[in-house]
Design a protein around this ligand. Structure first.
Ligand code: NAI
Length: 465
């Protein structure tokens, strides 16, 4: 029998308690897995001085698969999220969060069966943020064609593998016309390659309402990172809360499974944490390895335990973590009763086609520049014209300023001057504008503005109201 080595990170907070539950259940079920323990989290920071040591990353690199307990991320300060670090180190571009009703767990619906696939690396999670002035913090929302295509293709592949009927793209392309617009464009192109699977798209705000009112409208959903983060907690709420919501981070050749919930510091060490989400994440990992029979056996035992009324406190029961774990072990069905077959997967998932990077800017030409600068009042001394470039708009918070019409109480101390030309400009012409402006204002950022070969502007419009 093939024995798999899996990196186990117990994490901090309730992590060690729920991880112990999985270790005991897997041992009792004789799952063909051996654990390689690795460390990350607050305890690790105290002991080794780093939140995630290289040895942990090496272990994941070696085994290609890990089960990770929650780890605490300080808010607004301190080290970066360990999860984000792991996702980036292994290009875990898809975060797969199934939301399936569990009999015995009270929730508003009892027939939810959704899979949410969240882009996992880009968007605001690229972590590109700046202070522009003491009053203005800026976060870049980075959406790329290769990044979007990889996760969208994964969502369609997953739908096909699991016999799902539909993939829905959730976005906000009416407002974020360029970034979400690109995500939607990638979705529509890739959907053509999967004619056997229905596809549609929906704005994220409407999606939230529809999920609450008519969740059966959805099957597989694919979303950019931040929307995916928020909507997956909504989906967790539909099936009974964070205590029962599993997840897996999938990349090209690597996978790390973890529950949706965090380290729950408020109940850590009390022995009352619900291990269900973590057990279901481990079950998802078994399916990923092709160990379907083992996965089904453990999930059946878990479901049977919940239906029989043995639950942790968060689900309205009175079992503690150990009692709940023991009940699951005692409910493990004999191997002979399991319908599924183990079909060990020889090759880990890889996107069949990674979108190549564009090597040329494909005829993109510079037609202007946005200059962002610090000022307390709208400047009056900016030149209207420098060479071919003319001052088109002065804006604040994305809204164009009309002469003498702005109530300055509503202005930020961060402005944008947009200079554009009718025709493409040379580097020398651009440099001339910048060298004339630089001494006159305290600039923070220059942003080049492109147009496509057909003259279409490739930059966002400035709002006029
Ligand atoms: P949380 O998910 O840890 O807790 C939210 C609420 O749900 C708390 O009341 C908690 O007691 C309860 N809860 C969560 N999991 C539970 C379980 N298994 N059994 C019973 N009750 C449970 O979210 P919170 O408080 O926002 O975050 C705490 C820390 O966890 C933060 O530092 C955050 O950054 C981190 N975090 C880590 C994640 C990870 O490592 N994958 C994911 C999300 C948050």
């Amino acid at each position: 029998m093939n024995i798999y080595t899996v990196t186990l990170i117990r994490g901090d907070g309730i992590g060690p308690e729920i991880a112990e539950s999985v270790v005991e259940i897997f041992a009792a079920a004789e799952v063909p897995i051996q654990w390689e323990e690795a460390y990350a989290g607050l305890a690790c920071l105290e002991q080794f001085g780093v939140p995630i040591p290289d040895t942990t990353l090496e272990s994941i690199r070696r085994n290609r698969i890990a089960l990770k307990g929650p780890t605490t991320t300080p808010i607004g300060r301190g080290h970066r999220s360990i999860n984000v670090a792991i996702r980036k180190a292994f290009e875990l571009f898809a975060n797969v969060r199934p939301a399936r009703s569990i009999p015995g767990v009270q929730s508003r619906y009892n027939e939810i069966d959704l899979i949410l696939v969240r882009e996992n690396i880009e968007d605001t999670y690229a972590g590109v943020e700046y202070w522009q002035t003491p009053d203005v913090a800026e976060s870049l929302r980075l959406i790329s064609r290769p990044g979007s295509s990889a996760v969208i293709r994964y969502a369609f592949d997953l739908a096909r593998r699991h016999g799902r009927r539909k993939v829905t793209c959730v976005h906000k392309a009416n407002i974020q016309k360029l970034s979400d617009g690109l995500f939607l464009e990638c979705f529509r192109a890739i959907a053509q390659e999967y004619p056997d699977i229905e596809s549609d798209d929906i704005l994220v705000d409407n999606a939230c309402m529809q999920l609450v009112m008519r969740p059966e409208r959805f099957d597989v959903m694919v979303l950019p990172n931040l929307f995916g983060d928020i909507v997956s907690d909504l989906c967790a709420g539909l099936i009974g809360g964070l205590g029962v919501a599993p997840g897996g981070n999938i990349g090209n050749g690597y996978a790390v499974f973890e529950a949706v919930h965090g380290s729950a510091p408020d109940i850590a060490g009390k022995g009352i944490a619900n291990p269900t989400a973590f057990i279901l994440s481990a079950v998802q990992m078994l399916h990923h390895l092709g160990l379907h029979a083992d996965a089904e056996r453990i999930e059946n035992a878990l479901r049977y335990t919940l239906v029989s009324g043995i639950k942790t406190r968060d689900l309205g029961g009175n079992a503690n973590t150990r009692e709940f774990t023991k009940a699951i072990i005692s409910n493990l069905p004999p191997r002979s009763q399991v319908q599924a077959q183990n079909e060990p997967v020889k090759e880990p998932y890889r996107t069949p086609m990674l979108e190549p990077r564009s090597v040329e800017r494909e005829g993109w030409q510079t037609v202007g520049v946005d200059i962002f600068f610090y000022a307390l009042q709208p400047p009056t001394s900016l030149p209207d014209q420098v060479g071919k470039l003319h001052l088109q708009t002065l804006s604040n918070r994305g809204v164009a300023l009309e002469a003498n019409s702005t109530d300055e109480r509503y202005l930020l101390n961060w402005f944008r001057a947009r200079y554009v030309a009718e025709n493409p400009v040379s580097e020398a012409e651009l440099q001339e504008l910048l060298s004339q402006l630089a001494p006159r204002l305290h600039w923070t950022t220059f942003q080049r503005l492109y147009c496509a070969p057909d003259g279409t502007a490739l930059f966002s419009p400035i709002l006029t109201e």
